[in-house]
Write a protein that binds this ligand. Structure first.
Ligand code: 13P
Ligand code: ZN
Length: 271
């Protein structure tokens, strides 16, 4: 059996969590990541017939039956993942009936998966329905995105259009827009269901006064989406109290989409 600490997925999780910590997106234990792995990749590093523990799921996860995921641990600090992956990460397999998951590796010392596991799994279900190549769900607390949720209308269209106007690349990175949820208690099935409902349409869902959830086919895509939203929010926070001399117009946004062969969210541009 190969050394799992040298697997591409453990190495990538170490790399991204360290990076997100350094960017200030994940203070203390803030943020969590889950990544669906292919069975053949996992089998090179562990024997799935030897689970360490079984944990119940609080909702029906049967659409993910048999799926393997690498997940960050609850209460764990992103800045420590690189130093001790086995304590801060774990590999799960969803049971055939979707009522529980087995820990196959990690969460050493009695650790458990992130408290946002219901939201992650519900979002994986929705994104896999939308895109069979979907694999990653990522959550973090980037400061400018949070700040924007205090001073901007929490309407999907209005929020999206402001972000699109802040950087030329935004509409190219998320032509479907972003969604925004009002403040809710985190770590619950309710916020999981509400997020999953929104993530059907947009790969980024912003939680007011809390953070962002993003989905992608790989770590780069999910993280790239978060970085782009956060950069746009930063520009908005920098300029919102000064008079604007100009912005990117809806016509210009439509021209960008045409050039890049993208379809902007229907009804969002007035051209
Ligand atoms: P966990 O430590 O349980 O992953 O929670 C962190 C967080 O960001 C909750 O929304
Ligand atoms: Zn959070």
């Amino acid at each position: 059996m190969n050394n799992i600490l040298e697997s591409p997925f453990v190495r990538e999780m170490c790399h991204i969590t360290a990076n997100m910590y350094r960017m200030g997106f994940d203070e203390r234990n803030g943020g969590n990541i889950s990544w669906i792995l292919e069975e053949e990749a996992v089998r090179q590093y562990l024997d799935p017939a030897e689970p360490l523990r079984t944990l119940p799921l609080s909702f029906d996860g049967s659409e993910l039956a048999g799926r393997y995921l690498i997940v960050t641990g609850t209460g764990r600090y992103f800045r420590n993942v690189e130093r001790d992956p086995q304590a801060n990460l774990g590999i799960l397999r969803i049971s055939p009936d979707g009522a529980s998951c087995q820990v196959l590796w990690g969460f050493s010392g009695g650790g458990r998966p992130t408290s946002e596991l219901p939201t992650h799994l519900m979002n994986h279900i929705q994104r896999l329905r939308a895109d069979p190549l979907h694999r990653v769900v990522m959550h973090c607390h980037p400061a400018n995105t949070l700040a924007m949720t205090y001073v901007h209308q929490l309407d999907d269209r209005a929020f999206t259009k402001t972000l699109w106007q802040m950087c030329t690349e935004c509409i190219v990175v998320f032509p479907e827009g972003v969604s925004v949820l009002p403040w809710m208690v985190c770590g619950t099935n309710e916020i999981g269901r509400a997020t999953a409902e929104k993530i059907k349409e947009t790969r980024a869902v912003i939680w007011a006064a809390h953070g962002i959830f993003a989905a992608g086919r790989d770590i780069d895509e999910a993280f790239g989406l978060i970085e782009t939203v956060e950069k746009a929010a930063e520009i908005y926070i920098k300029i919102r109290n000064t008079p604007w001399m100009q912005t990117i117009t809806d016509r210009q946004l439509a021209d960008l989409c045409q050039t890049f062969g993208l379809t902007p969210r229907e009804g969002y541009l007035e051209v």
